[in-house]
Design a protein around this ligand. Sequence first.
Ligand code: HEC
Ligand code: HEC
Ligand code: HEC
Length: 462
Amino acid sequence: MRKLKQMALSLALACGGVHAADETLVRQGEYLAVAADCTACHTAEHGQPFAGGKAIASPVGEIIATNITPSKKGGIGGYSEAQFSAALRQGIRADGARLYPAMPYTAYATLTDADVHALYVYFMSGVKPVDSMPAETHLPFPLNLRFSMMFWNALFLNAPGYTPDATHSAGWNRGRYLVDGAAHCSTCHTPRGFLMQEKQDEAFTGAQVGPWFAPNITANRVSGIGEWSQQDLIAYLKTGRLAGKAQAAGSMAEAITHSFQHLSEADLAAIAEYMGSIGDSHAPASGASRFNQGNASSNVGALRGVPFTTPVSDEGARLFSGNCASCHGSSGEGTRDVFYPSLFHNSATAENNPSNLIATILTGVQRHTAEGDVYMPPFGAQPNALNHLDDGQIATLSNWILQRYGNAETAVTPEQVAEIRRGGPASPLVWLAQAGVGAGALAAIVLLIWLTIRRQRRRNSI
Ligand code: HEC
Ligand code: HEC
Ligand code: HEC
């Protein structure tokens, strides 16, 4: 009897042990899903987690993220682990169709087999199935031909997995694994070429992502964030702000809210260690960093006592004092507790590319971290809204701010504001596709084949 009891106990323990191992794997998969920010694209606003339906703006048109819950009807419930791995790391759907690179499989290709396994276990047993089916993606011809992605993948997709570099520390390797893979920093920060591929020789030197500009984050002191300590970068990735230097809005604010702030201290330190080793061969040898530009200044005082509705010669000053000074200070100095940032020594006003200044005015700032909520109201609302500014007013205001507080060499036109309002510049690929559908398709295919040959040659010659 005692023996039987003991047996029952050890059986229960064994079962409990298996369960605990599964649980650990599910938690590991969940952590990776957060690090990889799967939710950013696969969860629609106010939608069910991972049920898809969110339209991802791309320079060639909107691509709709699919349902990746384990529902057999609407989601990926029918995916085997091998099929899941192929979707994640090679951009191949279970039915064999190619995915568009709006799904960052070129980055996820870096994920190891073990991490793909953990992600699979999490998505199959840790996520609630949802049966809804999101709308389908319709891109203009010839970009709607999914098989053309085969050529693209032949050119730009690396083999799955990560090979550690033994000449560097374990921390550096972990950082590189995360930056290149799950955290996919380069998908936003690396400029893209004509075929939307990431330009490897300009890695992390800054790129337009829709209405926002993801700045140069190489360790170069002039062009990048070389002035930041590793602790600075960790603080920025955790909270979305670094006083007197930068605040995260737009897609970076989203990545911090959903993903980066949840990374472990060790993983953030690893990312900072790796980023600290990235150079910028195209950077100017000397010059001022964007974090040191501008000074407090004001001619708002001259407007004191002038009714808000009276036209004044300095329209920029009027717009600033009426809309911005209440939070950012009449000299653009922000508040002492730095909750409202200064507009000088600020990367948004000192960049050569004014997108972030324009996009911030249009859409404001929303960010949620363990530190609390950050909110700046949008000024690009509908014309009859209280705080609506039109394209001309935003251009005038931006130029006034750039002249006083930021990069005085940069100028903003109303057309630029209109473009950012529409979601950012379009790719020449769209123009090519629309210009003469037949000619465009032919040119694209010839170019792809030519590039395939060229890349193959280069590979062979190594
Ligand atoms: C930047 C946006 C983005 C992120 C981040 C992202 N995805 Fe996707 N994913 C997409 C889009 C868009 C599609 C559909 C692409 C298409 O239709 O060609 C897609 C498709 C897929 C598919 C194919 C499903 C099917 O049958 O259609 C799978 C599986 C998938 N994603 C899993 C993931 C996982 C797991 C993660 C996190 C590790 C992730 N995705 C992160 C945008 C994203
Ligand atoms: C989804 C796109 C996206 C991803 C992914 C992304 N970033 Fe960003 N990042 C941006 C944008 C856009 C900005 C500009 C935000 C602003 O100024 O409001 C930015 C800003 C930054 C800044 C501040 C630079 C400055 O001058 O203000 C740093 C540092 C940074 N990112 C590092 C990273 C790192 C490290 C990763 C990966 C762990 C990463 N980013 C991933 C889009 C992205
Ligand atoms: C109600 C207060 C408030 C008002 C009014 C306001 N802001 Fe802001 N602003 C903020 C907050 C809060 C932030 C974000 C701080 C942070 O990220 O930690 C911010 C951030 C910014 C940034 C940096 C964004 C980035 O991406 O780096 C700029 C530039 C900016 N504001 C410009 C303006 C301009 C121009 C106006 C007037 C049209 C304005 N703000 C009006 C509160 C305000």
